[in-house]
Write a protein that binds this ligand. Structure first.
Ligand SMILES: [Zn+2]
Length: 323
């Protein structure tokens, strides 16, 4: 929970740190940005620094307050999450009730509301009232990937911090330091994770690297257009039925890389830059053929979204691809 466990978002952390050091804290914050990029971690580190009470941008990690935050039992740090589909009215009532009292330990109390877009409308209204009459000691941090689902009246009362997807190197560094991956594997996963640590971890669970290797090796091989080779590709893509859409997205990213390589020859621009040999192998296809394949995969993905039969769609597509 200390500042050290947070990856990226330097600008936002600086801004929050400056507010703590300068005594210019707002009563309500809205942290928004896509899922899995570390908004909660920044919010927890912010809460820890406020509760540490030394007026420093980062927590000291040594005092009693910091120890309590680290072990997850500081009475003035309250984290609210959805219970089922909604954050329930009862939970918000308790939160509002708690606000009437002074903080238990220090001068401040923080409420982190995760997935704040799932505040029940009645709960959102009740919360709104407290934001209109803020009690000085309380700080509310609303965290969401979908700020557009929050009532405008709530948004306008919050100091907003927008979080961007993480840089590729930041995700890779997390995977190396916290996930125990080797540098090559970490960079390969990070390249496909769209700036999200959660997405990278999900890909890791799904044997993403092994799947990718299988696809790249098959596409880059000679004779890949022969019926037997197509059948092998089809079997590889269709091995786990529920994963077919993800595999198609992966396949698409391979053709996309080959196209980028043909046009720009810039390794930095590639998603699979660590597999340059295979990407160059696929780039033997003409620009027209690569564009055709990208369209064919797009059409299949759309069909799957519309609940088409997964295996039939995949089979038809595999035998249409220009290889
Ligand atoms: Zn401290």
């Amino acid at each position: 929970m200390s500042g050290r466990a947070v990856y990226g978002h330097e600008r936002q952390r600086e801004q929050l740190g400056a507010a703590i050091a300068g005594g210019r804290l707002a009563h309500a914050y809205l942290f928004h940005g896509r899922d899995g990029i570390g908004k909660q971690e920044v919010a927890k580190a912010f809460a820890a620094a406020v509760l540490c009470g030394k007026g420093q941008p980062t927590p000291c990690d040594a005092c009693v307050a910091c120890k309590k935050v680290q072990s997850g039992n500081h009475p003035d740090l309250i984290i609210l999450k959805p219970d089922g589909a909604f954050i329930r009215m009862q939970a918000v009532r308790e939160l509002i009730g708690a606000m009437a009292f002074r903080p238990m330990e220090g001068g401040r109390r923080l409420f982190l509301i995760d997935d704040a877009d799932r505040l029940h409308p009645a709960a959102a209204n009740a919360l709104l009232k407290t934001l209109e009459e803020p009690a000085a000691a309380n700080i509310i941090v609303l965290i969401t990937a979908k700020p557009y689902l929050l009532p405008r009246t709530i948004i306008s009362r919050c100091r907003q911090l927008r979080f961007q997807p993480l840089r590729r190197e930041t995700v890779a560094r997390f995977l190396e330091e916290q996930g125990g991956l080797e540098a090559n594997a970490a960079h390969a996963l990070a390249a496909s994770a769209e700036g999200s640590i959660a997405r990278a971890l999900q890909l890791r669970r799904e044997d993403y690297l092994a799947d990718r290797e299988g696809i790249l090796a098959r596409l880059a091989a000679g004779q890949v257009g022969a019926p037997l080779s197509r059948l092998a590709l089809f079997r590889h893509l269709g091995k786990r039925k529920k994963d077919i859409p993800d595999k198609l997205t992966l396949l698409q990213s391979c053709f996309r890389d080959a196209l980028v390589w043909r046009e720009l020859q810039d390794r930095e621009m590639l998603i699979h830059g660590d597999c340059l040999e295979q990407i160059r192998g696929i780039a033997r296809l003409s620009t027209n053929d690569l564009l055709f394949n990208l369209d064919a995969i797009d059409a299949s993905l759309r069909a799957l979204e519309a609940n088409a039969n997964k295996l039939l769609t995949l089979e038809a597509m595999t035998f249409t691809l220009r290889l």
